[in-house]
Design a protein around this ligand. Structure first.
Ligand SMILES: [Zn+2]
Length: 381
């Protein structure tokens, strides 16, 4: 077939055309054969095998973008503490052998973001609102499940087709990797759907409680967030309405009871020895102008000075954990979703929060002996 002989460039251009042809359906009749073959090419990503190694590469790219956007707290001590809690948890997860990394982002915005392959990001702002180690563990547990259940990988496979050439694979095409990283970043920043969030809540608590942590920490932290937003002068942000919040908290309680999750470790003192951040009033969080440093849909370098054409469709910055409370509704799907708040041009003080300037990863080494001692001190397993 002619399409097969096309160069990659032509193929990509032809596939790009598809979007324009999609609206007037009758036009397809004129050249259905050709369209069919193009569509087939574009569909390939649904069948694209993404190995653990590929997933790690995609995650590395997503993390790089997140770190560039928010900066990294250049403090080995806080990274070591979060990593100790994180590694305590991942040992109880379904993918204990991923190269897990725990990264503290340098922003007052309250957020937690999981990238494929084991990159877990939590913001300084989120840590500042937590009251003890159990809250941190429960939040990290939630994010860990987004990775172990491959929520982002599934989102990019289910999402709109990625244009790719006939012979492109992740191994031979840096361009394809770049596109997958862009898609994955959009999915992570948009937040997940209700199903994924509830799964992360549920399984995350099981992981945290298996290690010994009090599973009530997640509900406590969500309540803190909710109260904080009640006091905010403008309520159009993440928590504009939260009937879903009450339902979510009830679900958490039910799960703790029915699964008989008995973890009781809270570790209040150790948390405060390690985390000294002071919470900032939501209204005091500095934000950056929309489009200036946005991540979602803003990944192409050539676009950096342009206003992206689909600016109005910028996706909701997800505090994944708060996703169920968004005004845009719990069924919002990340892959296609346009946020209620973002679409109305409302600043999301968490996602749009200003970040630090240093994106360098802070590498910390946690030895097996240190992890053992950490668990022993906390009566964790
Ligand atoms: Zn989440």
């Amino acid at each position: 077939m002619r399409t097969m002989a096309m160069s990659r460039g032509v193929l990509l251009a032809a596939a790009g055309l598809m979007a324009g042809l999609a609206a007037p359906a009758h036009a397809a009749g004129q050249s259905s054969g050709q369209l069919g073959s193009i569509f087939k090419k574009a569909q390939q990503v649904h069948d694209l095998e993404i190995s653990d190694e590929d997933e790690e590469k995609i995650g590395a790219g997503v993390s790089e973008k997140i770190r560039a956007r928010y900066g990294v707290v250049q403090d080995p001590a806080i990274h070591k503490y979060v990593e100790l809690v994180g590694l305590t948890l991942t040992a109880h997860s379904s993918r204990p052998n991923l190269p897990w990394k725990f990264i503290v982002l340098d922003t007052d915005g309250v957020n937690a973001l999981a990238a494929p392959g084991g990159y877990i990001h939590i913001t300084r702002g989120a840590l500042s609102l937590m009251k003890n180690e159990a809250e941190l563990a429960d939040v990290l547990g939630h994010e860990i499940i987004h990775v172990t259940e491959k929520h982002t990988i599934r989102a990019i496979q289910k999402g709109k087709a990625i244009q790719m050439g006939a012979d492109e694979t992740m191994a031979n095409s840096p361009a394809l990797l770049g596109k997958l990283v862009d898609k994955a970043t959009d999915a992570v920043m948009a937040g997940f759907g209700r199903t994924e969030e509830l799964e992360a809540d549920d399984k995350g608590l099981v992981v945290a409680a298996s290690a010994g942590y009090d599973p009530k920490g997640l509900g406590a932290f969500l309540t803190t967030l909710s109260d904080r937003n009640k006091n905010a002068s403008s309520k159009q942000g993440l928590f504009a309405s939260h009937p879903e919040m009450d339902e979510r908290l009830k679900t958490l309680e039910t799960e703790i009871a029915t699964r008989k999750l008995t973890g009781a470790v809270v570790m209040d003192a150790r948390f405060h020895e390690n985390v000294k951040y002071k919470p900032l009033d939501q209204a005091a969080i500095a934000t950056v102008p929309k489009g200036a440093a946005g991540l979602a849909g803003d990944s192409g370098q050539k676009k950096s000075d342009d206003k992206p054409a689909d600016d109005g469709k910028k996706k909701k910055g997800g505090f994944g954990l708060g996703k169920l409370m968004t005004a845009s509704g719990p069924e919002q799907k990340s892959a296609e979703g346009t946020s209620g708040a973002a679409a109305r041009g409302v600043t999301d003080s968490e996602r749009d929060a200003k970040g630090g300037s240093n994106p360098a990863m802070v590498s910390v080494k946690v030895t097996a002996a240190e992890l053992t001692a950490f668990k022993k001190e906390g009566k964790l397993s």
